[in-house]
Design a protein around this ligand. Structure first.
Ligand SMILES: NC(=O)c1ccc[n+]([C@@H]2O[C@H](COP(=O)([O-])OP(=O)(O)OC[C@H]3O[C@@H](n4cnc5c(N)ncnc54)[C@H](O)[C@@H]3O)[C@@H](O)[C@H]2O)c1
Length: 268
């Protein structure tokens, strides 16, 4: 491999590593020769995620909204590998009460669910970035890759809380990138990937009917996507690889869209 893109031997923590996109990225990074710390809440799911990998991968069960648990996870990673080079903040998700379905109005918003969605997607990105980022600042290098969403820049119906949280993740990406660069020069970078629409367990029923044809919403999304299809989980891996690698050494604060053009198309 071109050494600009080489991740071999790097130690990279991936949160949400039992998930569809983040899990695929974690396994991909391990296959590239990185030593990957798979972080998520449930040990058994993490063990399934690393199953069959012949590269170095270890499960570190941890809730990304729990400061003490994150500090313990960092300590355990450093005890095992003695270094940490990258953090991918993949943990994220939604709650029913933070979603405004067509039969509801914004006045039906459940503020508890809304808070939980902000907590998972925003605090769950901020906290690991602070705790692992502090290690980067002491060590003198590190790269953080956050997960945004197509809902962060445009009003996407239904997903109110999630959109608000991901918009904040975009801003956090730019804010932390700026602050790290001003205080630590070019040694610590913060970027984000912004996936468009990928069919997974959490959104399959919204996008596809039981017979595999598109739902009305699925059709609307495909019509808004110049490439005319949903993404495949593997298609997020290359962007994460680039952002973690030395190839992106002058790239910081960017939100890289992987969406078949969904975000740049006017629809006309
Ligand atoms: N899948 C998509 O189509 C899509 C599209 C745009 C953005 N995203 C975002 O990309 C990221 C990765 O998505 P995914 O498809 O892998 O998600 P997923 O729903 O498949 O998995 C989410 C992961 O986060 C973990 N998690 C949830 N709460 C946690 C917590 N408190 N502490 C630790 N781990 C926790 C889950 O256990 C799981 O491993 C998420 O931030 C998601 O919001 C996904």
């Amino acid at each position: 491999m071109n050494e600009t893109f080489d991740l071999a031997g790097k130690v990279i923590a991936v949160t949400g590593a039992s998930g569809a996109l983040a899990g695929t990225a974690a396994r991909y990074l391990a296959k590239q020769g990185a030593r990957v710390a798979f972080i998520s809440r449930t040990k058994s799911k993490l063990e399934t995620a690393i199953e069959g990998l012949d590269s170095e991968a270890t499960a570190f069960p941890c809730d990304v909204t729990d400061r003490a648990a994150l500090e313990n996870a960092l300590q355990a990673i450093l005890e095992k590998y003695n270094r940490l080079d990258g953090l991918v903040n993949g943990a994220g998700g939604n709650m029913p009460g933070a979603t405004i379905t067509p039969d509801k109005t914004i006045f039906d918003l459940d503020l508890n669910d809304y808070d939980q969605v902000l907590r998972l997607n925003l605090h769950g990105t901020l906290l690991p970035s602070l705790i692992f980022g502090q290690h980067f600042s002491k060590q003198g290098h590190g790269s953080i890759v956050n997960f945004s969403s197509a809902s962060s820049t445009q009003a996407l119906t239904r997903v109110l809380g999630y959109s608000n949280a991901k918009a904040a993740v975009d801003n956090l990406t730019r804010w932390m990138a700026t602050d790290f660069a001003k205080k630590y020069g070019d040694t610590i970078r913060v970027n984000a990937v912004c996936p468009g629409f990928f069919v997974g367990d959490q959104n399959r029923a919204l996008l596809l009917k039981e017979d595999g044809t598109l739902t009305e919403r699925g059709q609307q999304i495909i019509d808004q996507t110049p490439m005319g299809r949903f993404g495949e989980a593997e298609e997020v891996c290359g962007a994460i690889h680039f952002l973690l690698s030395n190839a992106a050494r002058f790239v910081t604060g960017q939100v890289l869209h992987i969406d078949g053009g969904f975000g740049i198309y006017s629809g006309v």
